[in-house]
Ligand binder design. Structure first.
Ligand SMILES: *Cc1c(COP(=O)(O)O)cnc(C)c1O
Length: 341
């Protein structure tokens, strides 16, 4: 085995085909045994349910090399649980969580040469997903499904240092009450594309979505949960049934309490109180935490005291602690780190 000749530090976040992917098919009411395959192309009916009615769900996690040189993945069982809850909401069969974790490990192992070395900031992004594959024209769930896992090496999220983001309060809604905001379904992203392109065209990095019913409470961005720090160092994250339960956010809240001894609160956050917070960050697998320096609400600017040059002090501590745990520099809570090889 030899690492691929890739300029790890300068990798972007784009798709690069790797050697192997995992596939399991669900037909006649059962999953087959699954296999690693070479073919990156999928052939399906022109009328496949996923193409007509978007019956598709996904997960995202990373494999990386620790300080000691082990390849590991972070809390994959939680991704498996979340894929299961997405499947149930979308009338899809559950792919058993133990098989999910095994499929991730197998796929990462088979592409170990693409796992970036320690210290490069790059990682191997792992994308498990499932979709309805048989022809469906009258609206109903598919009968047959495909579950796949592919990997792609991705570069450090912040090249040349972390820069706080400027985001806008969106005029669009991300998720309806009692809708699908709390599951990781492609449909949530399809309808967010226009909103993110609009925000980018206006010079913003991301959208802050408010709750669709009252437009008075903070929900999340298109792909990351919010974390706020109060002026007296309390860590606050919005609670809502239409937020996607980020594994990074849940891990950071644990770290805040158990490693840093901070007070933590998961509760409704009114947009009106955002101006009073000291720090703001976005949490997700991709960046762990992206600091937010400024939020613009129809011309009104909220500028956090942490500024536009660096992360706020509490955000930085949270970031350092969680990445320290992930990279093996700090002891991890039981079960958080799964060694691939
Ligand atoms: C995936 C995702 C997140 C981040 O979740 P992690 O498990 O931390 O990667 C947050 N919000 C949305 C809408 C997402 O799809």
């Amino acid at each position: 085995m030899a690492k691929k000749n890739i300029d790890w530090e300068n990798l972007g976040f784009g798709y690069i085909k790797t050697d192997k992917r995992y596939v399991s098919n669900y037909t006649n009411g059962a999953w087959d045994e699954g296999a690693l395959i070479d073919d990156d192309m999928i052939t399906m009916s022109e009328c496949a349910c996923v193409l007509q009615y978007s019956q598709t769900i996904f997960e995202g996690l990373k494999a990386y090399t620790t300080e000691k040189g082990q390849i590991v993945i972070f809390r994959p069982d939680l991704n498996g649980d979340r894929l299961a809850s997405s499947a149930k909401r979308m009338e899809m069969p559950v792919f058993p969580v133990d098989r999910f974790v095994d499929s991730i490990i197998e796929t990462v192992k088979a592409n170990a040469d693409y796992v970036p070395p320690y210290g490069t900031g790059a990682t191997l992004y792992v994308r498990p997903y499932m979709f309805g594959i048989n022809p469906v024209i009258g609206v109903k769930p598919a009968d047959d499904f495909q579950y796949r896992v592919f990997t792609t090496p991705v570069g450090p999220y912040f090249k040349g240092g972390v820069k706080p983001l400027t985001i806008k309060v969106s005029d669009f809604d991300r998720a309806a009450p009692h809708g699908t905001g709390n599951i990781k379904a492609g449909l949530n992203y399809a309808m967010s594309l226009h909103a993110i392109v609009t925000a980018h065209n206006e010079g913003f990095a991301e959208n802050m979505y408010l709750d669709a019913a009252t437009r008075s409470k903070v929900e999340e961005t298109g792909g990351a949960n919010f974390l706020f720090v109060t002026k007296d160092n309390k860590v606050v994250t919005p609670k809502s049934d239409s937020i996607l339960p980020s594994i990074t956010r849940r891990s950071l809240m644990y770290v805040a309490k158990e490693y840093l001894g901070l007070e933590v609160e998961e509760r409704e956050v009114h947009f009106d109180e955002v101006k009073d917070f000291a720090e703001c960050g976005l949490c997700g697998t991709a960046a762990v935490i992206s600091p937010v320096g400024k939020i613009v609400d129809h011309g009104n600017e909220i500028c956090f005291p942490s500024g536009m040059e660096k992360m706020g002090p509490v955000t930085q501590k949270l970031y350092d602690t969680l990445t320290g745990i992930q990279m093996g520099r700090l002891e991890a809570p039981e079960g958080w780190i799964k060694v691939v090889e």
